[in-house]
Structure formats: structure tokens, C-alpha cells
Design a binder for this molecule. Structure first.
Ligand code: TYD
Length: 131
């Protein structure tokens, strides 16, 4: 399994950097965004440990760094996220765990659906059964 990474278009000049993406069928992000959430003031506790039945997500470590483990039920990969101009797609039915947050980490997520607890698979053995 290869991580679905996207490098945002970035304009850099003497004032700093500006990164952006657009949403649409032939744009960088192919799904509608209905929700945005962000993790910050994080300690060493890993987070995630679930998959989603339908939700599609695009995660960006907008500040600092962290490690994201992705697991499709067959293979596990680890992605180190430390660039604000890089996004990682976390597609449906991908078990994911986030860890190694730096003190200044801000983990920003663009999600295709509103929050719905029934979309979560929180037990790994259930995930393996459903896959
Ligand atoms: P969860 O997605 O389990 O995050 P993590 O794996 O990082 O701990 O969410 C933690 C809690 O926050 C859970 O009770 C659901 C709630 N929550 C919302 O109400 N809305 C949201 O958009 C998100 C992401 C979580």
C-alpha cells in the first residue's frame, strides 16, 4: 500500500509561504468537505485507533510533526508528517493511528461528512472482519 500524499501548490516569497488546494472532481481534493477539525496541545498519547465506514479525510500537519500509521487490513505503513504543504488522504476503511506528536503539532483534518459515531469502527477485530 502506498500512502496517498498530495503536495499543495505553494507560493513562496520574501514574506513567507502560501499553500492552497481546491475541491472538485478534477481538482486536488475530489470530495466535498463538510467538516474540519484539528488536534493541538497534544501530549505523547497516541490517537485515532479506528477506521471509518464511509468517511474520507485529508489530513495536514500544519505545524510541527507526527507519525500516522495506516493499515488496510493487509499492510501497515507509517507516514511521517512534518510539512504544512503536504496532505495525506485517509480513505474509508483504513485503520489509522497518530503518534509522536511534537509539542507544536497541529493536525488539521478536512472530512467529507458530518460527525457520525455510527460511521466509526473502533475495534480492530471488527475492522478485520469487515475488510
Ligand atoms: P475521535 O475521532 O475518536 O478522535 P481521536 O481518535 O483523536 O481521539 O474523537 C474523539 C471524541 O470527539 C469523540 O467522542 C467524538 C468527538 N468528535 C466530535 O464530536 N466531532 C468531531 O468532528 C470529531 C473528530 C470528534
Amino acid at each position: 500500500m502506498l500512502p496517498k500524499l498530495i503536495e499543495f501548490k505553494t507560493l513562496k516569497d520574501e514574506r513567507g509561504s502560501l499553500s492552497f488546494f481546491e475541491i472538485g472532481a478534477s481538482r486536488q481534493v475530489p470530495f466535498e468537505i463538510k467538516r474540519v477539525y484539528f488536534l493541538y496541545h497534544l501530549n505523547e498519547e497516541p490517537r485515532g485507533f479506528h477506521a471509518h465506514k464511509e468517511l474520507r479525510q485529508l489530513a495536514v500537519c500544519i505545524s510541527g510533526s507526527c507519525t500516522v500509521l495506516l493499515d488496510d487490513g493487509k499492510e501497515k505503513i507509517e507516514v511521517i508528517m512534518n510539512k504544512p504543504n503536504q496532505g495525506l488522504f485517509i480513505e474509508k476503511m483504513i485503520w489509522h493511528e497518530m503518534s509522536n506528536f511534537s509539542k507544536d503539532a497541529v493536525f488539521l483534518v478536512f472530512a467529507s461528512e458530518y460527525y457520525e459515531e455510527s460511521d466509526y469502527i473502533r475495534k480492530y477485530d471488527e475492522f478485520l472482519k469487515l475488510i
